[in-house]
Design a binder for this molecule. Sequence first.
Ligand SMILES: *Cc1c(COP(=O)(O)O)cnc(C)c1O
Length: 392
Amino acid sequence: MEQKSKHHIETVAVRNQMERSAFLEHSSPLHLTSSFVFEDAEEMRASFAEEKERNIYSRFSNPNTSEFVQKVTMMEGAEDGVAFASGMGAIFSTFSALLATGDHILSVRAVFGSTHTLFTKYFPKWEISTTYFSANEVDELEILIQPNTRCIYVESPTNPGVEILDLEVLGKLAKKYNLLFIVDNCFATPYLQQPIRFGADLVIHSATKLMDGQGRVLGGVTVGKKELIRELYLFARNTGSSLSPFNAWVLSKSLETLAVRVDRHCENALKISKKLEDHPQVNWVKYPFLPSHPQHNLALKQMKKGGNIVSFEIKGGLEAGRKFINSIELCSLSANLGDSRSIITHPSSTTHSKLSEEEQQAVGITSGMIRLSVGLEHDEDIWNDLKNALSN
Ligand SMILES: *Cc1c(COP(=O)(O)O)cnc(C)c1O
């Protein structure tokens, strides 16, 4: 796989394509096939022995999944990658392939809901333990490192609190203690932030979100160091959470428009967050590129733009939050994010309802908090919807 490109990320996303078929199609064709054929017994033997790089069976590889993986790998500046059926497939497989019984994970507390469930419900079955830290504890992490600590795991910006983790500090710490540094880069995408530049060994994405960007398919991908990816590839190939060729084809096409979509998402999100901040019914707004964000300077340092997630708290707590949500007309009430359509979620009662009240507080979730995934509608229409719902 050729990873280095002389082109910019936008060009890589548009132009990187697997070989054309005999029909010389301009756009990448869809290869819906579960297996591939061999010329003879020797080719079959050599393929299975991995003396020859080629497609054998779509659980192992497929031209569409390879094209998608190659694009993300190049966009993140990684060495290699593996695609998965979903973001959770990628996260579960990454840990499972690399960790052993007795290992310890040091993770930011504000992780995606299902990742939290993995850490607290499933990994303890294999005696894999997790210690959480907060975004403001990054400088004092050393004391939390144990002899069995294997990795540092973060999301930045976090969900739903939109906190920023200092990737450079974490990268240096991981290196010093010989720990794996793994980043879920879903909220930023490689267009806004490339954690490998700050020392990440592996970068994970739920491609379901901004990468697809149109709420159609699930997908996941992990990219990073070649020797680690090799372990992940073998795990994926044998355990079966492979990305479907159809979803890979959709995602690969989606990446062609990632940069322009994310630009507009960010532009809209910044405008909306400023208006929310000025609204009398709103207690606080968190958006990384608002000067009022506690880690604004850090966001400017490691992100190109602020992303599309805005969180805010409505005055009046749970009652006011529910009333607000019930008055929304244009934005969707849904669990997804990073869609072309703006989406409103009430984390406390939905995505993060598995957390206890104390755990919710520890990650900055309050009962009146709203998470807004700003879409690609005209910003004035999004704002009018929010404004009307706020005044109801
Ligand atoms: C959605 C999401 C995931 C899980 O991805 P799926 O594709 O839904 O499995 C993981 N991490 C983050 C930050 C997410 O937003």
